[in-house]
Each structure stands twice: as C-alpha cells, then as structure tokens.
Write a protein that binds this ligand. Sequence first.
Ligand SMILES: [Zn+2]
Length: 419
Amino acid sequence: MTLILPRFSMGIGDRFAHQGKAQLAAFVRARQLGVDVAPVWNKSNREHNIVHSEPPAVRAEADAATKALGWTAPYFVDADHIGIKTVDRFVDTADFFTLDVADFIAKPAAEDDIRAFVAAHAKYAGSLRVPGIDAALDVTPARIESIARKYLFAVQEAGRIYRHVAAKKGEGRFVPEVSMDETDQPQTPIELLFILAAIAAERIPVQTIAPKFTGRFNKGVDYVGDVRQFEREFNDDLCVIAFAVKEFGLPANLKLSVHSGSDKFSIYPVMRKAVRKHGAGLHLKTAGTTWLEELIGLASAGREGLAIARDVYAQALGRFDELTAPYATVIDVDRSKLPGASDVAAWTGDQYVSALRHDPSNPAYNPSFRQLLHVAFKVAAQMESRYTDALKRFESVVAQNVTENIYDRHLKPVFVDKD
Ligand SMILES: [Zn+2]
C-alpha cells in the first residue's frame, strides 16, 4: 500500500524537540472544526548539525506527541532538504523525503538525454492550452530545449536520490517531494510543466513539488513582492499541476509545497482562495517560528526565562556575521534597526515580546530583531541544559505561545478561515 500525503498538510519544525505536543495541539484545534491538516515534522540536515541532534529524535518526538494527544490521523516525519550525500542518516526514521536538487539546476545533462527529452515533448510545441489558464502557453522546441538544459540534470539527480531511498525503504513506503526553491531565480509555470514532465519520465512518484516562487521569502517575516503577480503565478502553477497529473500520469494527489520561510501572511489569503477555487491540495512548510515562540514564552515568563532571552540576543549581536552568513539569501536584516545589547538587557519581558512577535499591527514589532533571532538558534543550542531546562521549567507559557502561533497565524488563515 502506498503511503499517501493527504490533501492538506503543514510542515512544522522544532529545533530543540520540546514542542511536539504544543505544535500538534494546533492541528487538533483545526480538526475539531472539521479541517484536516496532516502535521509533518521537518528538520534539515543542516539543522541537525547545528543543534547536534539525530534524525531518529524527530520520529521519537512525533510518535510521542501523537500518542500523548491521541492523534489517529496521518502524520509524517520529513527528511528536509536532503541530497544523496546527506540522506542516509534519515532513511530509517523518515517517511517523507524532500529531495533538494536546487544546486544541480543549470548543470549540463548528457546531450543525448536533452535531445531525447525535446523529441519526446515536441508535441507540446505551438500554443499549448492548459485548462484554467486564460492565455495559451508559448511553447516552442527551443523553449523546451532551454528548459531541459536548465533542469534535466537536476531532475535526474532527484531520480538518483529517489531510487537510493526506495532501494532501502521500498517503493511507496515514503512520500517524495522534489524541491528547487533554494535558488535565485523563480521557475515559471511553463518551466514547472516541463520539470514535471521530466520527473514523470524519471519515474519519481512525486507527491509534492516545491518550486521557487516570484518574490522574496525571507525567514520568519512577511512576503516581499508583488502579491498580484504571485497570485497569477500560483494559480497557473495549480493548473499546470492538474494538467501534468493527467498528461504525464503523475500521482493524483500531487500538490504544491510552499517553502514559505514561515509567516507569509500577505499571501496566505491568496493561497487559500486559489486552493479552494481549483480543488487543489497544499503543503505549507514552516520551520523556525516555533523556536521564536520559545523565546517569546521565555521572555514573558520573566526571571531566568527573560535573562536567557536577553542573553541569546546579546550573543547573537556579537556573532552577527557568523550567524547570518549561511542564510544571507533568505534574510534582510537592517543593522541600523537592531537595538543595542545593553538596551535589550534593560527591556521588560513585554518589550522583548513586542519586538519579536510577528504582529505587523504592533508599532514595536521589529523585523530585523526577529530575523537575527531566527537564525540565532545556534546560540541557544550552545547554552545546552541552561536553555532546555528553562523550556521545561516554563513549559506552559512556552507551549501556549507555540500552539497559538501555529493555529492563529498559520493553520487558521490558510486552511480554516471561510471567505
Ligand atoms: Zn525549502
């Protein structure tokens, strides 16, 4: 029996593996309202390396949380952004694999393979009509060839990773996602169409595809870009996927995966509307916001909690270049907007929370402060038990913030709200 990812799913990250139950509580709330969203606990290889955790810990956390809350609906554990070199440590315990081939875009495939791909898809040249898209797509043999030159090798790499995992786990025992989001240039709907053609030819039973969308998807802050252009592209992508499923025989539940970098509030209503209009599915991946809610909970708890929150910031400021460098393409921190460490050392818990919590209506909200802390989880990891003991000591206030964040700011606007 093939493992099937349900129509709606949401990826949740938990850097320190203490918030599984608090995260799941948000999904329980949605379910009580009749909205089924499958939780997918995701953690990348890079994250494991930074916090010195191992993939089986994510499985243990997910199993424990679902057991504790009596969750009987599907849930998954995602080996997030893995490649052929990093996948092995995930194979036993993950059942969702994000095959990240962004680094292989524009690498040359064999000339014979490119020729064969162009010939096999020549019938789509001319003005191609995709149901749901008003204008015909302008597809020419030259266009197909240039798409093959840019993406065929990357899709072949996804095939290599897929087969590597399938050989160990067995076909159908895991959900494959193909991701190309961590790159500079967005993929157009036409490119997506032929990427899916290549994925089908490579015989990857892909259930979610994560393209790079137009606009900036910075970590933990709102979308920056033209919302109407995003809306057009997103709608077109949904139509392309429905077309590709029929045309290329891809799995019927294939859906878009939005690697949002979390908190893309201004495009959430657009996504909700489009998904409903097209009867489509959606995977929404978030990652670092739970860790920020831990800081918010600690800061509002006061005492040692607030001391830790201030200390994390002071150290993050002192290690600015080291912490931000790996994320340079996905954060926009304005250093002139960062408060000094001595200012923050004098802040109350409320001041800290107001600056950090993603509430655009609060004038004290500071996106630069938030983004720096978003990438500063390494600092907390290095505090070791000082940090994790505080998570335990202040569990209830932290958990409340974690649950509310996932429910109120993500699940509700994307999956629950009525128009
Ligand atoms: Zn991603």
